[in-house]
Design a binder for this molecule. Structure first.
Ligand code: HGY
Ligand code: MN
Ligand code: MN
Ligand code: MN
Length: 398
């Protein structure tokens, strides 16, 4: 089955008619359907499928063992996300295995296709949760206690999905099996369309993190409360949103976003009692924390001016990642020196890169748009990506 054909099989899973695009989040019904789909397809290829205690799925081609060549990505999405971010890497890995089997290749070393859990953090708020748990780069208790918007914890959701929450946490034994990790991913941002290449090799992932700003004021009646008598948390929240853009604009190559802002109780005729907003900040190098400091200062000043309070909590952070040099050179050499792409998007490969030689391949996205229904990849480029992945996997696993 071609990678495009595999993607076609799941094209209706988790469509979000309200937001557009797809909403598939850790252990929710659409993602469970995708997990089942992956399991069936992997079994159909003769792979042995097992799920680790953090909810990551591993499909082994031959017996598990050390120095394994591992490839894969994720199946979950952001709210209202595109069709390719995550599933393209998983579908391409399955298609690459099928192509290698068809040409009589058998891996000369342990080989697995992996699906990481909750890469987008769309339900529990921490991106790359599955790969962070695998590598022990998130505290297990913190992970177990992460809550979704309904207040359900990761531990409860894991238990409901058949995992033992007591086991959630670092998995050095399984991580120790991984010799090299390679993730194929749809390009996010405009690049390859201008470079005229269907495929690129990943070079770096810039530092990025998420901070929660909680503003507290005095909930009250919208009509009975004079302006002078208000402590309205919406004001400092709004001032912080504009401060994010103003302050980030002064930092070279910075990206800073408030994509989520939640007033409580959220009534039209009600002055909010609290407003929560989440900052996603990313700056190449080490400048992200300083930018966030400046934004936090602006938030505090705005809160004070309105008689409100604000607390800022860091929810996740990852340093800059440069992918393994030797692997990058090999990938480039085996693929006829396609362009190398830096990226502002985070990936599981960037988490694994802290532990094992890891690399990425990107497939051209002519719109350059991602985390949105307009995310796109041409069928020819999807097949070119899967063929490139098969080529490099054959070299890595011989
Ligand atoms: O947010 C990111 O960069 C990734 O898509 N999780
Ligand atoms: Mn994404
Ligand atoms: Mn992704
Ligand atoms: Mn990823």
């Amino acid at each position: 089955m071609s990678a495009s054909g595999l993607l076609g099989e799941i094209a209706d899973v988790g469509r979000d008619p309200k937001r557009g695009g797809y909403s598939r989040h850790a252990f929710d019904a659409p993602e469970q359907d995708l997990r089942a789909w992956f399991g069936e397809r992997a079994l159909g290829l003769g792979l042995d499928v097992d799920t680790d205690h953090n909810g990551n799925i591993w499909a082994w081609w031959g017996p598990p063992g050390p120095d394994a060549v591992v490839t894969g990505s994720h199946l979950d999405s952001v709210p209202g996300g595109g069709a390719f971010d995550g599933p393209l890497g998983v579908a391409s890995a399955l298609a690459a295995v099928e192509a290698l089997q068809a040409r009589g290749f058998r891996p000369g070393k342990p080989f697995a296709v992996v699906v990481f859990a909750e890469e987008e953090g769309g339900r529990f708020g921490v991106p790359c949760l599955g790969s962070r748990l695998l590598t022990g780069t998130i505290d297990a208790d913190k992970a177990r206690g992460l809550r979704d918007t309904d207040g359900v914890t990761f531990a409860e959701a894991a238990a409901k999905s058949g995992f033992d929450p007591a086991l959630v946490g670092a998995d050095p034994e399984r991580l120790g099996l991984v010799g090299k990790f390679l993730e194929l991913h749809v390009e996010q941002g405009r690049g390859l369309i201008d470079l005229g290449s269907p495929v690129a090799v990943g070079s770096t992932v810039i530092a990025h993190g998420r901070w929660r700003f909680s503003f507290a004021g005095q909930g009250n009646h919208a009509g009975a409360t004079l302006l002078a008598d208000r402590a309205d948390p919406m004001l400092p929240a709004a001032a912080t949103v504009t401060a994010v853009r103003r302050l980030a604009a002064a930092v070279p190559d910075a990206r800073a976003t408030v994509g989520r802002l939640v007033p409580t109780p959220g009534g039209t005729n009600v002055i909010a009692s609290t407003v929560d907003l989440w900052l996603d900040a990313r700056v190449p190098g080490t400048a992200t924390p300083a930018l966030v400091e400046e934004i936090a200062r602006a938030a505090s000043e705005a809160a004070r001016a309105e008689g409100c309070r604000v607390t800022v909590t860091r929810e996740s952070y990852s340093d800059d990642v440069v992918f393994d040099d030797a692997l990058r050179r090999d990938l480039g050499g085996w693929l006829g020196a396609p362009p190398e792409l830096p990226t502002g998007a985070g990936h599981d490969a960037a988490i694994l890169a802290g532990f094992v030689p890891s690399g990425m391949l990107y497939v051209r996205n002519p719109t350059g748009i991602s985390h949105s229904p307009e995310e796109f990849a041409e069928a020819d480029d999807v097949e070119a990506g899967a063929a490139a992945l098969a080529t490099v996997l054959e070299r890595l696993a011989r």
